[in-house]
Write a protein that binds this ligand. Structure first.
Ligand code: SF4
Length: 457
């Protein structure tokens, strides 16, 4: 097999606790918070009914619900999630205390009813995280933000149009909820954006395919008015790839015109980021001219063969070498610090094509980190969630081995140190107990640092 943890067997004979404690012992310099966070992100968590909201799909209770901001990030389809599909789980949880004395750790919620991690209320009614039945941390839930309690004039919710994640730090604007890479020959093999759109619609949830720019502005108006603590600091414009046009606009103009409208209405109120394909330099310049400050041309997976197999649409329309060239070129426009390409950590080890040893996978991933970091560009990563409707998720329901994720944190930090880089701008504070970035623990595992401002360099 090679791609599952040796102690993480499907028959459950060896509890997950043993695997985690072994890694905690072998990698004492990786913060323990990051170890648990990676395990929760790669394998998900179950929810007792006592830990679910009572508000169904409406944002009316006391807890901020999971918004399904782009992908499903669940280990089952909505019909398979049972109560968690009808009574929404929280967007994130925050862990503290327990036998491992965890510092404050924000974790994005990925639901998996079969996970050995379970969120439940104890006898005293206080929520906790249980691993193999043992309470390992206290669980805090995100309070419903005031701005979620207000609707747009047309009745749409702020959560649908402009949800926030990372404990309110980031406004996540998936303005195009599907991808024009469509079907098995084009979709990235780990991505369920198109399936998630279909399942949200099938469940009767409001889930707008292409968001109207005026609706986005109206939702931001509400956030700006009610976020009196000014917790929201950045917005991300994102969605599927645009290979033809949407309403007459190519990809740069489509995503860029939202940024332009936002920056005209709220100049400098938030750090503007765009996740888009690696585009030619003229297009990248248009993003910049529209007021975008950070550009994420995600390179997904470093290895050449795996990129070709996993990202067939990107390979066909752009090609890996050209993709990388464009990432480097975009540093001329944005400054190297403000180009932050993402990769999906873990797919390197997915069967049937991935590396079969952690050593090989880490060596390949580190080669990619060194390539970009030697040019002053700091990639970042999200932890792969093996969603069951994707080809890679279907073949690898356990995701990648936890050891891969822990060693990646180690390699990431070492490579940053080698090239004299610090945490990237636009991610809030770094360090265990401080980070808010919720879909990987890269910020939890770096040295403590105040939020890095966006600068021209
Ligand atoms: S480009 Fe790939 S990862 Fe991005 S939305 Fe399309 S299919 Fe998903």
């Amino acid at each position: 097999m090679g791609t599952t943890d040796s102690t993480d067997t499907a028959d459950g004979t060896v509890p997950r606790t043993a695997l985690v404690e072994d890694l905690l012992e072998r990698f004492p310099h990786v913060p323990r918070e990051a170890v648990f966070k990676e395990d929760l992100l790669r394998g998900g968590m179950a929810f007792d009914e006592s830990a679910l909201s009572d508000t169904g799909n409406e944002a009316t209770g006391d807890v901020k619900p999971k918004s399904y901001f782009i992908f499903s990030f669940d280990h089952g389809t909505l019909p398979e999630l049972g109560a968690a599909a009808l009574r929404r789980p929280p967007e994130e949880i925050v862990l503290t205390g327990g036998p491992y004395d965890l510092r404050r750790t924000v974790v994005s919620v990925r639901v998996n009813p079969a996970s050995p991690y379970r969120v439940a209320a104890g006898d005293d009614g206080v929520l906790g995280l249980y691993l193999d039945g043992r309470r390992i941390a206290d669980v805090g839930l995100p309070p419903m933000p005031d701005y979620y309690r207000h609707k747009l004039a047309n009745g749409k919710s702020v959560m649908e149009v402009a949800p926030t994640i990372q404990w309110g730090y980031l406004i996540y604007l998936t303005v195009f909820r599907v991808c024009q890479y469509f079907g098995a020959k084009e979709e990235c093999q780990y991505c369920d954006i198109n399936h998630n759109w279909r399942q949200q619609k099938a469940a009767g949830r409001p889930y707008t395919g292409v968001k109207d720019v005026d609706e986005v502005l109206e939702a931001l108006e509400i956030i700006d008015k009610y976020d009196t603590a000014r917790t929201s600091t950045a917005y991300t414009l994102t969605g599927g790839a645009v290979t033809s046009k949407i309403a007459g606009r190519d990809e740069a103009d489509f995503y860029g015109h939202y940024a332009k409208a936002i920056e005209e209405r709220f100049p400098g109120r938030w750090i503007g980021k765009v996740v888009a394909q690696a585009l030619p330099k003229d297009d990248v310049q248009r993003f910049k001219d529209y007021g975008v400050q950070i550009y994420h041309p995600n390179y997904e997976v470093w290895d050449r063969r795996l990129f070709q197999l996993y990202c067939p649409g990107k390979e066909r329309y752009v090609g890996r070498d050209e993709w990388h060239r464009r990432v480097l070129d975009s540093a001329d426009v944005f400054g190297a610090r403000n180009v932050i390409p993402n990769f999906v950590a873990g797919v390197e080890m997915a069967e049937p094509f991935g590396f079969t040893t952690v050593d090989e996978a880490i060596a390949s991933t580190t080669e990619g980190l060194r390539y970009f970091m030697s040019h002053g560009i700091t990639p970042r990563f999200t932890t792969w969630c093996p969603e069951p409707t994707t080809p890679l998720g279907k073949a690898n329901p356990q995701g990648a081995p936890l050891e891969y994720h822990i060693r990646l944190l180690e390699a990431y930090r070492a490579t940053m140190d080698e090239f004299g880089l610090t945490s990237p701008p636009g991610y809030g504070p770094a360090g265990p107990g401080r980070a808010v970035f919720s879909v990987s623990s890269f910020m939890d595992s770096l040295a403590p640092q105040e939020p890095v401002a966006v600068t021209r360099d």
